[in-house]
Design a protein around this ligand. Sequence first.
Ligand SMILES: Nc1nc2c([nH]c(=O)n2[C@H]2C[C@H](O)[C@@H](COP(=O)(O)OP(=O)(O)OP(=O)(O)O)O2)c(=O)[nH]1
Length: 134
Amino acid sequence: MFVENPIRIIVGAAIIADGRVLACERSDPPETAGRWEFPGGKVEPGEDEVDALVRECAEELGVRVTIGERIGDDIPMGHGRAVLKVYAATLVDGDVPQLLEHAALRWLSADELDEVPWLPADAPIVAVLPGWLG
Ligand SMILES: Nc1nc2c([nH]c(=O)n2[C@H]2C[C@H](O)[C@@H](COP(=O)(O)OP(=O)(O)OP(=O)(O)O)O2)c(=O)[nH]1
């Protein structure tokens, strides 16, 4: 029987604190190393999107986060095989992001957003972020 592959959901957390958003530099794979992203990753089958973001932020940054509203629209990726969804997030109780998986971390204000080379798919999110950073 032919079973169509489901569209893969990738979630990203725009962690905002004091008018800045946390940008994370990928360390691998080589095709995306050096590009900057929102922490996150693939939602596992049966997993809730918010739960996936909480899990990924713990794994990648060692922090607890509270997930808020969606930012921007769904972004089609991978020739329609995946979709990126970004959520606003805040850190719990002053947790401090750690460099566990990324090459570098930066807190960017609205006028610094274009100082890093974001992954191309993130462009529509970065474009509306100033409205979230005040
Ligand atoms: N986390 C994240 N991934 C993004 C963003 N923008 C973007 O194009 N991507 C792409 C990069 C990757 O191809 C894919 C996410 O895959 P990943 O490798 O980070 O996912 P994962 O943590 O679940 O990794 P793995 O278990 O498969 O190794 O989505 C973004 O802002 N955040």
